[in-house]
Write a new protein. Structure first.
Length: 145
């Protein structure tokens, strides 16, 4: 499971959501694909965005996963409820996430009810000491969209 964050460079609107569909697609050049649900508030913000951040959470960070997975940016500002800082291109970075990747959006692909965003990483940071949060270790969440 991953938390994706972004910012609309025109309005400064921040958004973020929990995603389960993400993968590395190429070694050279390094490429990463993240898929956003089209009913999600973050998707609507990402339509105008040029960059996304993809965060890996530790298995102990279920509360942070619940914030980004079961709340909607249509109703609350998730970033007032967690620690974050501006990263490259202004993309919000979750300071408690043990790993993150910031990537420039190269293309968007229709994948049914999701849109795939192909990223060219510009910043990859992290520690190997984290045990990643997975779908199996995630609490039962109702999607926030």
């Amino acid at each position: 499971m991953f938390v994706v964050t972004t910012i609309d460079p025109g309005t400064g609107t921040r958004a973020g959501c929990l995603v389960g569909f993400a993968t590395q697609t190429s070694i050279d050049p390094f490429r990463f694909l993240v898929c956003l649900s089209r009913v999600n508030h973050t998707y609507r913000t990402a339509e105008a965005a040029t960059h996304l951040a993809v965060h890996v959470l530790d298995e102990s960070q279920q509360e942070l996963a619940a914030l980004f997975g079961s709340q909607t940016g249509d109703e609350i500002d998730k970033f007032t409820r967690c620690a974050w800082r501006p990263g490259p291109e202004g993309v919000p970075l979750l300071t408690d996430a043990p790993r993150h990747l910031v990537g420039r959006i190269l293309s968007r692909t229709d994948l049914g009810d999701h849109t795939g965003c192909l990223l060219a990483p510009i910043d990859v940071t992290g520690t190997s000491k984290a045990t990643p949060l997975t779908f199996r270790t995630l609490p039962d969440l109702s999607p926030g969209h």
